[in-house]
Design a protein around this ligand. Structure first.
Ligand code: ITT
Ligand code: NA
Length: 182
């Protein structure tokens, strides 16, 4: 068995493989699943995983990840709309909006959904931090405005970030569950 990880990002597939070493192999697969409109990453990812499993041919299980940045003072915005907001509003303006609030806390959350035709299981990972003025050149997305322990994610090396990130935590949950199956 191999797990088909639906992502446009080769780096994510490689990261998943390191967490699943000795449990299963990971195959990157590109598939544009329907992102249903929902404020729940679980619902979006689970729907995407079931659809991908059916459309791609019911063979190996499928894993779909959905992530977002949730700002406390903005009621969790941009949350599931993070990719869209990054492309439209942009992080500089999101930072300015949050800087007017007293509470600058936020978290990243990743949900991984696994579907094998019989069941759909979801796994969550989060990391909490604060929204700050953009700093750093690394990472992607909202990394320059997300500070954790005095450093923005964009100031960390990939290894440093992966060791604490929401995605790593969700992958760790998933690999623990998968290892315990039969
Ligand atoms: P896939 O092909 O892997 O599905 P995606 O673009 O849908 O990629 P995600 O669901 O992982 O990406 O994340 C949605 C958005 O949330 C992404 O476009 C970023 O804006 C933001 N985001 C997610 N994880 C992030 C991280 O670790 N650092 C910064 N921004 C992140
Ligand atoms: Na995604």
């Amino acid at each position: 068995m191999s797990v088909r990880f639906v992502t446009g990002n080769e780096g994510k597939a490689r990261e998943a493989q390191t967490y699943l070493e000795g449990i299963t192999s990971v195959e990157q697969i590109e598939y544009d699943y329907t992102e249903i409109q929902s404020d729940s990453l679980e619902e979006i990812a689970a729907h995407g995983a079931r659809e991908a499993y059916e459309e791609l041919g019911a063979t190996d299980p499928v894993l779909v990840g959905d992530a977002g940045l949730f700002v406390d003072a903005l009621e969790g915005f941009p949350g599931p709309y993070s990719a869209y907001v990054e492309d439209t509003v942009g992080l500089e303006r999101l930072w300015r909006l949050v800087s007017e609030e007293e509470n600058n806390r936020a978290h990243f959350k990743t949900v991984l959904a696994f579907a094998d035709g019989e069941r759909t299981e979801t796994f969550e990972g989060r990391v909490s931090g604060t929204i700050v003025a953009p700093r750093g050149e690394g990472g992607f997305g909202y990394d320059p405005i997300f500070e954790y322990n005095g450093q923005t994610f964009a100031e960390m090396s990939t290894e440093e970030k992966n060791a604490i990130s929401h995605r790593g935590r969700a992958l760790a949950e998933f690999s623990e569950w998968l290892a315990a199956q039969e």
